[in-house]
Design a protein around this ligand. Sequence first.
Ligand SMILES: N[C@@H](CCC(=O)N[C@@H](CS)C(=O)NCC(=O)O)C(=O)O
Length: 279
Amino acid sequence: MRERRKEPGGEEKIDLNARMDELAEIAGWDELKLLGTWPSPFVTRVELALALKGLSQDLVGMSDLLLASNPVHKKVPVLIHNGKPICESRIILEYIIDEVFPVDGAALLPADPYDWAVARFWAAYIDDKAMCPFAITHAMADNVHAVHFVAPWAPMFKGKTEEEKAEGIKQILAAVETLEGALKGCSKEKPFFGGGTVGLVDIMLGAHIPGVRATEVLTGAKIFNAAITPLLASWTEHFGELDAPKKVLPDVDGMVEYVKRRHAQWAAAGAAAAAASKS
Ligand SMILES: N[C@@H](CCC(=O)N[C@@H](CS)C(=O)NCC(=O)O)C(=O)O
């Protein structure tokens, strides 16, 4: 609301900050809409960043709006900020963190440019090399679902032999050990990759915690193992105690059920396709 105050004995004075807020409200500058699906870790990242910034948004499911907003990849998340779409979770995080809401809530990127570069390096490592228990590919047109994995998770789930699966697990554990080293370097003996508070890397990796836990339940493999990666094990605990993850992270049991259901659907679809090709 516009606030006016009077100078003692003077004219009515306009409070400029309140006026800016009022204009933003009229122009809809702060309208946020998040296109996403449960339990996508990429969507969860954005929800985490928004929650950590104290921002709220409407979550909108996959629809024609997705095709219109992200015609290149047709993937969620898409953040629509005042009618303008921003695609790709890491880019959305940087937009939320750096570009548009830099002073709201906690700082999520380090002030020091070198630390910032290091944080971005590990954010890319998580996406490109280390993490993605599963990502759901949703073919919008015919509603056929398939799944694609980020190496080295494919052999773990899709390996045809026990040796192939064991090799997948070995590669995942090697990536997790690399992340243990990253945490040691970035945290400077504090609990998070961001130091005393969570930052970009914590959000990127934190969104995968439920998927990792669900994978542990489904495969019996211990991925965040306190005996091998103690820093990451205590990081998951500290992270899970924060309000934003408590509010936003999907629950592990629900995820396990979801993956089982999806796997059954894909198996049935595969069997039906094989039968059709024989007839
Ligand atoms: N690199 C993308 C990955 C997003 C992604 O894979 N999203 C999945 C859901 S987990 C999706 O929308 N898939 C739809 C499709 O592939 O058709 C990001 O970081 O935003």
